[in-house]
Write a protein that binds this ligand. Structure first.
Ligand code: SF4
Length: 202
């Protein structure tokens, strides 16, 4: 059980230093997970479905992920606010890459701080973000190591995280951005990441 509030506050500070718009700590058990969200990757099928070890159907199933949350004490959730125009353009990939990188960095810092059971999650498919020039995800292709183990993290939506509920818990205003969203009506959106934190005894 992580009992050291200083460590949690240190990790929040680090996330802010790395450029997130906000970061908050909630109990891991407050993360709402529902299968219908993981199924959205499949139908209507996301263009990245099945292309990486970090996306469905290769990630942990929703039930398994829900059970695994009991291994963690807290979730550090962070967001990067961005103009809707950017999120609807190729720039989305740049922001998503940053979310993966920050998640991986906070995971590393948490482990170094003694929270040895910590796990970063991110937004979007790592295949499109990091490995677009490769035909196949290296892990799926021949079982070898991920080409970007210090950067790429599993997709939050692929695990079934209910982002709408999560933002309500955090007190963040969430505007869902889709291809039909008019930036004049909804000028800002966000991409988010999460680090599940556990393992420190003090
Ligand atoms: S090799 Fe590329 S596509 Fe596969 S898990 Fe790593 S970053 Fe993702």
């Amino acid at each position: 059980m992580v009992k050291d509030n200083n460590t949690l506050q240190y990790l929040v500070r680090k996330a802010i230093e790395l450029g997130v718009s906000d970061a908050k700590i909630i109990p891991a058990k407050a993360v709402c997970v529902e299968e219908r969200f993981a199924r959205m990757c499949e139908s209507p099928q996301c263009s990245n479905y099945g292309l990486s070890i970090n996306c469905p159907p290769h990630v942990m199933k929703t039930d398994e992920f829900k059970k695994s949350l009991s291994q963690y004490d807290y979730a550090l959730v962070f967001k990067i606010d961005a103009p809707t125009d950017m999120l609807l353009s190729e720039d989305r990939r740049v922001i998503a890459r940053l979310v993966h990188e920050i998640s991986a960095t906070i995971e590393k810092l948490a482990i170094e701080a003694g929270c040895v059971n910590s796990k970063g999650l991110a937004a979007g498919s790592c295949k499109r973000i990091f490995c677009e020039e490769y035909v196949k995800c290296k892990v799926l292709e021949d079982g070898s190591q991920c080409l970007f183990p210090d950067l790429a993290r599993p997709s939050m939506s692929g695990l079934g995280i209910n982002f709408n509920e999560l933002t309500k818990t955090l007190g963040w205003q969430f505007n869902k951005i889709t291809g039909e969203t008019n930036p004049d009506d909804v000028p800002m959106g966000m991409l988010a990441g999460m680090v599940l934190i556990g393992g420190r005894e003090v």
